[in-house]
Design a protein. Structure first.
Length: 200
């Protein structure tokens, strides 16, 4: 499966139930193209964007801890993790997507996803493309991940598994402490390649 360009278009999130009006698609397409690329060559730009989000309340769910590291670490190979960035036509890093891989079990054991800008349809498309590549390009058998309940991404994940397949594996009560000093619940998800629904 090749990486396909994602166009910045004025439609709903691609993971929502509603479908866009494809007849008007070509009219609403803009010139900005965002594609997924390996993260490592962009490590300096990723670090710069990471520096901008440190200590921001809206990103405490991504950090998933009471403390922040000042260094954004990337792996130099894809054995332990597959790391990609969403990059626009100007070379700006829009977001970062990471899958920690358990090679012996042929599964992704956790996901790390951060959008450095406001939620938008372009990044949702890139997230979907990332999942597709994990399952069908990198031949991952199963993807497991968690989300802190209260994270805005939780609703996106719920819609995604309802539409494409997958399930909620459970909820762990008060299992993580964030920078606001409060304890939060975490919800687990899983999706199998054999059960993934490819419908658009």
């Amino acid at each position: 499966m090749k990486y396909l360009p994602c166009y910045n278009i004025s439609i709903e999130f691609c993971l929502q139930e509603s479908r866009p009006n494809w007849a008007a698609f070509s009219i609403s397409v803009k010139a900005v193209i965002v594609i997924l690329k390996p993260a490592y060559p962009y490590k300096e730009k990723i670090q710069q964007k990471y520096n901008e989000i440190i200590f921001q309340d809206k990103y405490m769910f991504y950090n998933c801890d009471a403390y922040w590291s000042y260094e954004f670490k990337l792996n130099p190979d894809s054995w332990n993790s597959i790391e990609m960035v969403s990059v626009d036509s100007q070379g700006n890093v829009i977001g970062f997507l990471k899958a920690n891989v358990d090679r012996s079990a042929e599964k992704v054991s956790s996901l790390g996803v951060v959008n450095f800008y406001n939620a938008n349809a372009v990044f949702a498309k890139d997230l979907r493309q990332f999942v597709l590549d994990l399952l069908f390009k990198f031949n991952i058998r199963k993807i497991e991940w968690t989300v802190v309940i209260g994270n805005p991404a939780e609703k996106l994940y719920d819609r995604a598994i309802a539409k494409y397949g997958g399930s909620v594996t459970g909820v762990h009560k008060e299992t993580v402490k964030l920078q606001d000093g409060k304890y939060y619940d975490m919800k687990g998800y899983e999706v199998f390649r054999s059960e993934f629904n490819l419908r658009l």
